[in-house]
Every structure is written in structure tokens, then in C-alpha cells.
Ligand binder design. Structure first.
Ligand code: FCB
Length: 451
């Protein structure tokens, strides 16, 4: 364990924000505080979907332990905290407000401010209320309007204190991973449902931005995830396969928003399945953003597979070291996306790395968890971020995923991403060596100033 981290906050521009990210369902405990059922509860209760059928009923019990968790962020010298506000907690039936849920987030935001942490709120990190899932969830256009109502209600309560609001977390996961691959709730494998979800999730974003902007809310953005698509070989067919994946994963959402178009390489497969009149929604989807969130974890190698239906792809395992998720460690991909976003899509708009991190099979020995591999991962990605800034990308912050080990969706509690170890029996929190290294890197100078 090195005592002097390879980078510190002073290697970044003045005002650059460092933080950690979490999401409501993954940490709070959906069984508490009058939270309504969501599609993750039922997905988890259906055998075969989630490791050991684990769900988020208790998770890290952050619903009760939030003051100590916020203390952990502050003690690591962080500037900001990216959290999400569960739709199912705020509106258990998707429509009616649960005052207990509102009060919880109210206390949480005040708790952040009291500790000098800037609240970066995400509105949809995947808790589709079951009542709306019953009506088709993201395959149903009306869900987008319901989402705008939710955005408005929660912002009426918190909007005076949050530093920024992201509408949606990772629309690719919401749409493709959940409706085409079927690995996340609602677990569909249906191309028509996928096309609709891909459009309606952006429509929900657009409707919410319009509603919040009309109400005078500032600092509105979206969090997109990016996966570096590389061809498995130099063949033209594999290059085209990688380009198709780049279209599906990376271009669809950012181009819908910033260019008001969808890539031809994707429309090739989806056009017959798009909701009627989708073109008319593009101006609403394409409203201006105040900032862009980039989540980045890994790259994939793609080969053309003529035997498979559109998009005619197959993943080929890559040679790089992998995390506990089996994801290759490839920091250059983060630099690639940050510079590409600035160059091709958002220009000088502020960009935040809203998630980056790794799962590791961390072991606790007494009260110590040594995760040098995570420390190396984190600093390699901070270095990639710094290179992107040198390339001209206006990156203004970096949030590590995640503060705590937590409910990793279909992987249950098995995959540990936290800077802080959580014992899921006792709920004991133990900061790992990566947490201590980051805290040292983020120490402020003697006057407590950032510079
Ligand atoms: C992202 C999700 C986040 C977490 C990380 C590992 O796709 O936004 O909730 O699960 O992956």
C-alpha cells in the first residue's frame, strides 16, 4: 500500500469535484419507510434472474444508517455525493406521494449540506413502480408523462438545495439490457419492446427536462453509460459489427439528445418496431442539457456473427486483466469517451464522470480490507480523466462507483464495488485501503481551501 497516492486533487483544475455514487435500490432497503413495490422486487422474486434471488428489501439499510454513510463521504474529503431518489419510495403506486419518502430525502439532502457535500441527484436509477410496470413500464408512452410528474413533485421539495439533477441513469441499461438481453428488470427479450423502451426513456428525459426547466430549475443533465466497442479482428465485417454495437450502446442516446437523430446503423434493425410518430418527439428529446454524465467501466471486442439475428454480433473475450465482473480493465476507454463527447457532441458543456469503479472479491481480515487492485484501478482512471482534460474536454468532476458494497442488481450481493466494505449480515461498514488512499489524495490544504 503506497502512502502517497499517485495523484491528488491538486493535479486537477480548481473546483474539480470528487465524490462517490450510489443508487437508492442498491443501498437504502426498499422494505422500509412506506416504499412501494417496484419491478426489481418482482424480477428478483422470479427464480433464475438474480443470484440467490436476492433483492433490495434491506440492502445496506442506508434508510436508517444514512448519517454514518454521509460521515464516511465527508471523512474521505469528498466534495459531492451522487445519490438517487427512488420513484417507488416517493410515489409507491407511481402517482400518489408518500410523505415519509419525501421526508427521508429531505433529511438526506440537508444531511449532505450540513457536511459540505454537494447533492448530485438522479431521478431514475431503475425503481419502476410496479403499478406502472403493470401498464407496460417503458414500453408504454404514458410512463414518460408519469415520470415528468414524479420529477416535478420531488423537485418541488428538493430543488432548492440540490446542486444538480440527472433525469435518467444509463438509458442503455434501462432499454437494451432490460428489454433485449433480459438481464435486468423487467427481463424481457423482445426487439419491439426494446425499440419502444429506447425511445420512451429519452422521451421521459425530455419531458422531465422541459417540466423542470419551466419551473426554473438549474443544472439539468443525464447520465449515459459508454462501452468501448472494438472489433475482434481487423476484418471489415468485425469493424462493422463493432460499429453496430457502438451505435446501439453509445451513439443512440447521445445523438438522440444532441442531434435529434438516431444512428442509421441502429435504425436498420429497429425501424419497423419504433412507436408511430417517434420523429415528432425528437425536438423534445433534444432540449439543451446543462451537463453530461459519463459512466464508464470497460470495453468489449465484437465479431460479426452471420448466424445470429440482427445485430449479428458475438462478444469475443479480450486478453486484458478483468475485474470480478469479468470486465476488462481499460482506462484509455474513459479518455476516449470524455474527449469524444466534447469533440463530437457537447463541446464545452461540463462533463462529469458520474460512475467508474470495479468489483473485487475483497476479503476482510480483522478490521482491514486491502484492495490495492481497486486503488490502482481508481488512480489509472483518474489519470485517464486528467489526460482527457489536457485534450480539451471540460470534465468538472469524478464520482467513484460506489461508496458502499451494495446490491449489484442481477449479481445480488456477490460483487463488491465499494470503497467501504459492508458485512451484509451485521451491516458493519469497514473502509477499505482504497478509501483511505482516496481520502489522502483528496486532502485539502491547511486553510481547508481546494487550492
Ligand atoms: C452501472 C449502474 C450501477 C452499478 C454499476 C456497477 O451500470 O448504474 O447501478 O450497478 O453499473
Amino acid at each position: 500500500m503506497s502512502l502517497t497516492p499517485p495523484l491528488s486533487r491538486f493535479d486537477f483544475p480548481p473546483g474539480f469535484l470528487f465524490g462517490a455514487a450510489t443508487a437508492a435500490y442498491q443501498i437504502e432497503g426498499a422494505g422500509f419507510g412506506g416504499c412501494g413495490p417496484c419491478h426489481w422486487d418482482t424480477f428478483a422474486a422470479t427464480p433464475g434472474n438474480v443470484v440467490r434471488c436476492e433483492d433490495g428489501a434491506r440492502a445496506c439499510d442506508h434508510y436508517h444508517q444514512w448519517p454514518a454513510d454521509l460521515d464516511l463521504l465527508a471523512a474521505a474529503n469528498m466534495d459531492a455525493y451522487r445519490f438517487s431518489t427512488s420513484w417507488a419510495r416517493v410515489m409507491p403506486d407511481g402517482v400518489t406521494v408518500n410523505p415519509e419518502g419525501m421526508d427521508f430525502y429531505d433529511r438526506l439532502v440537508d444531511g449532505m449540506l450540513a457536511r459540505g457535500l454537494r447533492p448530485f441527484q438522479t431521478l431514475y436509477h431503475w425503481e419502476m413502480p410496479s403499478a406502472l410496470a403493470d401498464k407496460g413500464g417503458w414500453t408504454n408512452r404514458d410512463t414518460a408523462a408519469r415520470f415528468a410528474d414524479f420529477a416535478q413533485k420531488i423537485t418541488e421539495r428538493l430543488g432548492d438545495r440540490v446542486a444538480s439533477i440527472a433525469t435518467i441513469n444509463e438509458p442503455w441499461c434501462v432499454a437494451w439490457l432490460s428489454h433485449f438481453i433480459g438481464a435486468h428488470a423487467p427481463g424481457l427479450r423482445d426487439i419491439r419492446a426494446t425499440a419502444r423502451a429506447m425511445h420512451h426513456i429519452l422521451l421521459a428525459h425530455g419531458m422531465a427536462v422541459e417540466r423542470l426547466r419551466d419551473a426554473g430549475q438549474k443544472n439539468l443533465g443525464i447520465v449515459l453509460n459508454f462501452d468501448y466497442a472494438q472489433p475482434a479482428t481487423d476484418s471489415a465485417a468485425d469493424k462493422q459489427a463493432a460499429a453496430r454495437w457502438d451505435g446501439i450502446f453509445n451513439r443512440w442516446y447521445i445523438e438522440g439528445i444532441t442531434k435529434q437523430t438516431y444512428p442509421d446503423t441502429v435504425m436498420e434493425g429497429l425501424a419497423p418496431h419504433m412507436p408511430e410518430g417517434w420523429q415528432d418527439d425528437m425536438p423534445l428529446i433534444g432540449q439543451e442539457l446543462d451537463w453530461l454524465g459519463v459512466n464508464y467501466y470497460t470495453r468489449h471486442l465484437h465479431a460479426h456473427d452471420p448466424a445470429a439475428a440482427w445485430p449479428h454480433l458475438r462478444d469475443v473475450p479480450g486478453p486484458l486483466p478483468k475485474t470480478q465482473m469479468g470486465w476488462e480493465i481499460y482506462p484509455d476507454g474513459l479518455q476516449h469517451f470524455l474527449t469524444r463527447m466534447a469533440r463530437d457532441y457537447v463541446g464545452d458543456l461540463p462533463i462529469y464522470v458520474t460512475e467508474n469503479g470495479m468489483a473485487n472479491a475483497d476479503q476482510i481480515t480483522g478490521t482491514t480490507v486491502t484492495d490495492q487492485v481497486r486503488e490502482d484501478f481508481l488512480f489509472a482512471h483518474l489519470a485517464a480523466t486528467k489526460r482527457a482534460i489536457a485534450d480539451g474536454a471540460n470534465v468538472q468532476g469524478f464520482f467513484y462507483w460506489s461508496l458502499l458494497d451494495n446490491y449489484e442488481w442481477a449479481e445480488g450481493y456477490e460483487k463488491r464495488f465499494g470503497l467501504v466494505h459492508v458485512d451484509f449480515e451485521s451491516l458493519q461498514r469497514t473502509p477499505k485501503s482504497s478509501y483511505h488512499a482516496l481520502a489522502r489524495a483528496l486532502a485539502r490544504n491547511d486553510q481547508g481551501h481546494l487550492r
